[in-house]
Design a protein around this ligand. Structure first.
Ligand SMILES: [Zn+2]
Length: 226
C-alpha cells in the first residue's frame, strides 16, 4: 500500500493554508514511522515497486521550492533517515524565500529527489504548445544543470493538466508526473499519479484518513472536498 503526500511550506506562518507548522510536520513524520511507513521519494517509490517490495510506503513531496523546505523539512526527514521529492519551479530558484542552487545540490547529494514544477508555475492547459514545451523541457534542462543528474519527476502547477500536457511531459523524458485531483473523475496513470494534499487545516484524523487512503476513496465518489 502506498500513498503520495503533497506538502508546500513547513512554517509557523498561519496566514496561509499551505503552511504546515514545523511541530505538526515533525509529529506527522513520527506518526508515519510509528505506523510502519517507509518514507521515500517518488524515485525510490518506483524502485521499491519494481523490486516487488510490499508494505506501507509514503512518498513525501513538496511543491514550489520554498526555503523552509530546506531549513525545516530537510533536517526532520534526514534525522528520520527518510527521503522526499522537492518539486521546484526552475525560474524561482534563488528568489527571496525560495531555495537556491547550492541548497538544491545539497538535497540531491543527501539522496533527496529534485523534481520539476515547471519554469514559471503557469497553468499549463491554458498555454500554447510552444509555451508548454518551454515550461516542461526548459525546467528539466535548467534543474539538471544544477543537480547534474536526470530530473525524472514532474508536478503540474496548481495540479492542472490535460492529455496534451501529459504527452509533452512524457516526450520531455520525465518518467512520472503527479497531480492533486480536486474532484472525482480523475484517471490515474504514470503521468497523473494521485497525491493527497496536507494543509494547515489537516487535523490528525484527516491526516490518518488521507494517509490510509480512505479519503481518496470518498473523494472519488464525490463525498469529500479538499
Ligand atoms: Zn505549485
Amino acid at each position: 500500500m502506498y500513498r503520495i503526500l503533497a506538502y508546500h511550506r513547513i512554517s509557523d506562518d498561519d496566514t496561509s493554508p499551505l503552511c504546515v507548522s514545523p511541530r505538526t510536520f515533525r509529529r506527522q513524520v513520527e506518526r508515519m514511522l510509528r505506523w510502519g511507513f517507509a518514507l521515500v521519494s517518488l524515485r525510490e517509490l518506483e524502485s521499491l515497486q519494481a523490486r516487488g517490495v510490499r508494505g506501507r510506503i509514503a512518498a513525501i513531496t513538496f511543491d514550489d521550492g520554498y526555503a523552509d523546505n530546506f531549513t525545516e523539512a530537510y533536517p526532520v526527514l534526514a534525522g528520520a533517515e527518510a527521503s522526499a521529492t522537492f518539486f521546484v519551479p526552475s525560474g524561482w530558484v534563488g528568489r527571496k524565500g525560495h531555495m537556491n542552487e547550492s541548497q538544491l545540490r545539497e538535497l540531491d547529494a543527501a539522496g533527496f529527489e529534485i523534481g520539476s514544477h515547471s519554469r514559471t508555475h503557469r497553468e499549463l492547459p491554458f498555454l500554447q504548445d510552444d509555451e508548454i514545451h518551454e515550461e516542461v523541457f526548459g525546467s528539466k534542462r535548467e534543474l539538471e544543470d544544477i543537480v547534474g543528474r536526470p530530473v525524472e519527476s514532474f508536478a503540474y502547477p496548481r495540479g492542472m493538466y490535460d492529455f496534451r500536457c501529459q504527452a509533452i511531459v512524457e516526450a520531455a523524458g520525465y518518467l512520472r508526473a503527479v497531480v492533486t485531483p480536486r474532484s472525482s473523475g480523475h484517471r490515474e496513470g504514470p503521468y497523473a499519479l494521485e497525491r493527497v494534499g496536507i494543509y494547515r487545516h489537516t487535523g490528525s484524523t484527516a491526516f490518518a484518513l488521507k494517509l490510509l487512503g480512505v479519503y481518496s476513496n470518498l473523494k472519488r465518489r464525490g463525498w469529500a472536498g479538499r
